[in-house]
Design a protein around this ligand. Structure first.
Ligand SMILES: C[S@@+](CC[C@H](N)C(=O)[O-])C[C@H]1O[C@@H](n2cnc3c(N)ncnc32)[C@H](O)[C@@H]1O
Length: 320
């Protein structure tokens, strides 16, 4: 059951506010509205003529954000995955009517929200027993259990290795599929137990030592939601919707995601990272990188809000 209203503490909030410049009558696109934490702060900074379009694929997040901020007439909420947003008639109509010159600020705060992690029925967490689901949009796509049922030992091991950077991916994949075929894989706890048969859980969790199921859960969540599949192209499309001088801010939560964000922004800034020293073709330069190494949370934020620890913010500005 969803107990008290879940709180999602917006990550790197001050840094986002510092780097997203809001002119008068700003046009802001939030690709991952979540519970509206960043939105609330950005709207507080924006003037009365500004407009804010908040997008999320999760119906629970959209209704909680609407409850929190719905009375603000500057905000519109749109149901979509950001990968599919760009051709949505509702988006195109909003863009043409409200932001014909493009956006001044686009924010993507990637990954899962505390709402998703803390609601056992959503099946994201190994801590609480829940159905093995993990879909950010429970109305579409395969649940984690259905997705696992479609895998072979090899394809599951590859996903766990690639998206979870888990070295014991092969025995874990075998243990998961064995549990499935023996009718013991219905809940998040069943999945965690399958992992523990390979990497036993230490009775007393040592400080800084993550649960052995963490990497496998991350991997299956990324695969089920296709989280990395169209990230690069979505960021590139987002940049094309910025007006010159407008800024894109992206917060990622693990190294795989951050690598894609970094490579995409660098490429759009005309920086060649491929083999050899010189690019085979000159890369068009449409972005200027700000804080090229990215911005990590302060020690104070990481201590106050441990999930922020792995976050990294990257910001870039659209060139004329
Ligand atoms: C980290 S939370 C955002 C939190 C938000 N910035 C706040 O302060 O409350 C990420 C949100 O992005 C949504 N999300 C993840 N991938 C998405 C996608 N591909 N398209 C749209 N929304 C997505 C999730 O449903 C979740 O609500």
């Amino acid at each position: 059951m969803m107990t008290a209203a879940p709180v999602h503490v917006p990550v790197l909030l001050q840094e986002v506010l510092d780097h997203l410049v809001l002119p008068p009558a700003a046009r802001i696109l939030d690709l991952t509205l979540g519970l509206g934490g960043h939105a609330e702060a950005l709207l507080a900074k924006a003037d009365t003529d500004s407009r804010y379009l908040g997008v999320d694929r999760d119906p629970d997040a959209r209704s909680l954000a609407a409850e929190r901020l719905g009375s603000d007439a500057r905000l519109s909420i749109l149901a979509s995955a950001y990968e599919d947003l760009w051709d949505e008639p509702q988006f195109l109509a909003w863009r043409a009517a409200q932001a014909p010159e493009g956006f001044d600020a686009i924010l993507a705060d990637l990954g899962v929200s505390t709402l998703q992690l803390r609601t056992p029925e959503r099946g994201f967490s190994f801590r609480d027993a829940g159905p093995l689901d993990m879909r950010m949009d429970p109305e579409h796509g395969l649940s984690a259990r259905a997705w696992i049922a479609e895998q072979t030992d090899e394809s599951l091991a590859n996903a766990i290795y690639q998206y979870g950077e888990e070295r014991a991916s092969r025995p874990i994949a075998r243990a998961i599929l064995r549990a499935l075929h023996e009718g013991r894989l219905d809940t998040t706890h069943d999945l965690a137990r399958a992992v523990y048969t390979v990497i036993p859980r230490e009775p007393a969790k040592r400080k800084g030592h993550s649960d052995p199921a963490t990497r496998t859960f991350q991997a299956i969540r990324i695969a089920v939601n296709g989280e990395l599949d169209r990230l690069a192209v979505s960021l590139e499309t987002a940049v094309s919707h910025l007006r010159p001088g407008g800024r894109l801010a992206v917060i990622s939560f693990h190294s795989l995601e951050d690598r894609i964000v970094k490579q995409t922004l660098r490429r759009l800034a005309g920086i060649y990272d491929g083999p050899g020293r010189v690019a085979p073709v000159e890369l068009p330069k449409v972005l200027k990188l700000l804080q090229a190494g990215g911005i990590a949370p302060s020690e104070a934020e990481a201590t106050a809000n441990p999930p922020s620890r792995s976050a990294r913010l990257r910001v870039a500005e659209r060139l004329p």
